[in-house]
Design a protein around this ligand. Structure first.
Ligand SMILES: Cc1cc2nc3c(=O)[nH]c(=O)nc-3n(C[C@H](O)[C@H](O)[C@H](O)COP(=O)(O)OP(=O)(O)OC[C@H]3O[C@@H](n4cnc5c(N)ncnc54)[C@H](O)[C@@H]3O)c2cc1C
Length: 356
């Protein structure tokens, strides 16, 4: 079996893991990123259609309150633009009736990233050596061996097909997912495992839908694209256009709990009918659509993440610990940040702490 020894292993190639790698590269330290999926980004996902990148995970950052995100975007030479919010809003009652309501500007102001949020990951990776990133490497076991950790790759319950040894390991994945899908030897203390399982993974139970169009017909009708519905299937909608260029888009969150989102096709048909009621018939004929159900992603959500989360939790390191096993293992990942946990800003903060 393949056995590789490195100084630091980073488990998870989402924003937190890739930012930790970027910081380690700046310090000339050797590392390997182990990513379970066949792509980087984790909850960041921006598929391309005709040069337009639709954010199916995070789409906003708030420069006024998220200084690390604002600073990194500037440092990487990326460009942000204001969320389009000009015009009137729409509100749908439980009986389906739609009303026009006053539009509003979010405070603090919401910004989007040109070329989608994935541009952050792509740019950070330009500074990393290609062979430091291992895709399709799901970690299933972590064992303490003296002053080092031995990390196995494979499916839980099956023979691992690769092993890595490292002096330090950064766990850059949601703590609940780590506690549910990785075996630790020796056993982690019960209070730590329980604390990890109880930290809800932010937005893991959500599904997002985006429809792209040739014309921003809602803007032409003096609508901002903002809409809220008490009927569904979409609960909340926004303009998702890439600044001022074709294609234009509408996007939002599906308001139906994960357990009821069975068949994708009827759900998408119901969403398009709802969009037509809210914005007019043109909304039922998008040029393309994207739908992502995060609750069905094995490397994001667990069974515990299926019920909707109605409030943003107050995140902190599990059981107050930023690491364990004499500091061989360090937590990163947004759910372990003490400030802005759950957000992209928290993913950066937790990575900085782990690297420190
Ligand atoms: C629909 C949606 C909308 C959102 N909107 C916003 C927004 O507008 N603004 C905002 O700030 N935040 C938003 N968020 C939250 C934001 O996406 C997260 O804060 C951020 O992406 C978390 O990054 P992370 O690196 O901590 O975790 P993740 O992105 O979850 O990264 C963890 C990585 O670990 C990998 N992994 C998992 N298990 C293993 C394993 N066993 N072995 C190896 N690798 C593994 C995963 O594949 C993944 O790549 C949104 C999230 C979603 C889902």
């Amino acid at each position: 079996m393949n056995l590789q020894t490195v100084d630091t292993l980073i488990i998870g190639g989402g924003l937190s893991g890739i930012y930790a790698a970027y910081l380690l590269a700046q310090k000339n330290q050797s590392f390997v990123v182990l990513e379970a999926r066949d792509r980087l980004g984790g909850r960041i996902l921006s598929p391309e259609h005709k040069g337009f990148f639709s954010d199916l995970g995070p789409s906003w950052y708030w420069p006024e309150i998220h200084p690390k995100m604002a600073g990194l975007i500037q440092e990487l030479g990326l460009k942000g633009y204001r969320q389009f919010e000009e015009g009137l809003g729409r509100f749908q009652r439980p009986n389906g009736e739609v009303q026009t309501v006053r539009g509003y500007t979010n405070e603090p102001l919401s910004w989007r990233l040109e070329d989608g949020m994935m541009a952050l990951i792509t740019k950070l990776c330009e500074e990393l050596s290609g062979n430091a990133i291992k895709l399709n490497h799901p970690v299933c076991n972590i064992e303490k061996k003296g002053a080092e950790a031995c990390v196995s790759i494979g499916e839980l319950g099956k023979e691992p097909w690769a092993r890595f040894r490292a002096k330090k390991v950064i766990l850059a994945l949601p703590p609940r997912l780590a506690a549910s899908t990785i075996l630790f030897t020796p056993d982690l203390p019960d209070n730590l495992t329980q604390a990890m399982l109880k930290i809800g993974t932010w937005m893991a139970g959500q599904a997002k839908f985006t429809a792209l169009y040739k014309e921003p017909f809602w803007r032409q009708a003096k609508l901002s694209g903002q809409a809220f519905s008490q009927r569904g299937p979409m609960g909340e909608l926004h303009d998702a256009s890439n600044n001022e260029q074709v294609p234009y888009g509408l996007t939002g969150f599906v308001g139906i709990p994960a357990a009821q989102r069975h068949d994708q096709q009827p759900l998408i048909e119901a969403i398009l009918s709802q969009l037509a009621l809210i914005y007019g018939q043109a909304a039922a004929q998008p040029t393309t659509i994207f739908y992502k159900d995060w609750a069905r992603e094995q490397f994001t959500a667990t069974k515990l993440d299926q019920p909707p989360m109605y409030e943003h939790p107050l995140y902190h390191p599990p059981a107050g610990q930023t690491g364990f096993w004499d500091d061989i293992i360090h937590f990163a990942g947004t759910e372990t940040a003490t400030q802005h946990g759950g957000y992209l800003e928290g993913a950066l903060a937790a990575a900085e702490r782990a690297v420190r």
